[in-house]
Write a protein that binds this ligand. Sequence first.
Ligand code: CA2
Length: 146
Amino acid sequence: MKLFVLNGPNLNMLGIREPDIYGAQTYSDLEKFVRNVCEREDIEVEVFQSNHEGVLVDTIQSAYGNADGIVINPAAYTHTSVAILDALKAVALPTVEVHLSDVSQREDFRQISYPAMACLEQIKGLGFQGYEKAILLLKEHLAKTI
Ligand code: CA2
């Protein structure tokens, strides 16, 4: 079983500012956390981060034939990107959307998620644990379908 874990713009800045919203840990801590969970669960993983919408679309497309599922935190593109939604629909892989913060309790502009329309579930407000929950959810889902 292989997963792609994709992170969108500014998540590489984690731990540098706004620790009250996103926590004090860094992006490198997040990557380590995801790798540890996947190793424990015997899942192969590739972890990506990009600040560029087109690169995220290219990476989603490259999951086709190369991964069984996708965990994605599209960051700010969550609220704007029909291109990311279309890419997820195009590859049609089981996908879970994750947000570190509870976007439902934040500004109005964060209340829409385009990618969520192509996702099994949206997990929000659990910090790094949200990625673990998403990985376990995909593992369970794929065990029934592969
Ligand atoms: O809660 C999340 O995981 C978000 O996807 C994070 C995005 C935000 O635009 C989404 O609405 C919710 C922001 C990414 C990280 O932004 C930083 C800003 C300042 C310092 C460090 C990271």
